[in-house]
Design a protein around this ligand. Structure first.
Ligand code: S3P
Length: 171
């Protein structure tokens, strides 16, 4: 049985795109926690934040993340804030191989211009809100098993690197 491969890091780093490709290569199933939340709640992440609040979202996020993390042989893209939760972080650290996709905030700002899907970002102060969240979280993200510095890497290089590290750790 294979340990789950977990991707964490800021919104906009490419956890979903990279996770899908990695799952194909590793012949594993891909799980995107945000998508499961949306399906279960029959609502978008933005509407959940607007109608029920962040606290409610975090509760659902914790429940769904822990359920998926306890399975095996998955590539899991966590939501950007999930690793901040202590229970989720403990489960990831004890049973999975985790990767922090780290991208310089200046690149995140470019990628996150369309903020409609991201309720935590203030469109009027995009740079400021991204920098603030990044500096609050980077110490926690760094508790991942591996930090992948994505700023000067092509997508295929990131995927190859993670695949190799995972295979070396997990075999
Ligand atoms: C969040 C990131 C989002 C989503 C929610 C909160 C965060 O996921 O879970 O908007 O706290 O960073 P992505 O990282 O997939 O955008």
């Amino acid at each position: 049985m294979k340990k789950n491969l977990v991707l964490t890091g800021m919104m906009g780093v490419g956890k979903t795109t990279i996770g899908k490709k990695l799952a194909d290569k590793l012949k594993a199933k891909f799980v995107d926690i945000d998508r499961i939340i949306e399906l279960q709640e029959k609502s978008t992440i933005r509407s959940i934040f607007e109608n029920k609040g962040e606290e409610y979202f975090r509760k659902i996020e914790k429940k769904i993340s822990l359920t998926e993390l306890k399975k095996n042989n998955l590539v899991i893209a966590l939501g950007g804030g999930a690793f901040i939760n202590l229970s989720i972080r403990k489960e990831v650290k004890s049973s999975c191989v985790s990767f922090w996709l780290d991208l310089d905030p200046k690149f995140l700002i470019r990628r996150l211009k369309n903020v409609k899907k991201r309720p935590l970002l203030d469109p009027k102060n995009l740079g400021q809100s991204i920098n603030k969240i990044y500096s609050e979280r980077k110490k926690i993200y760094s508790e991942s098993d591996f930090r992948i510095k994505c700023s000067s890497m092509e997508k295929y290089e990131i995927i190859d690197k993670i695949k190799k590290l995972y295979e070396n750790t997990n075999n």
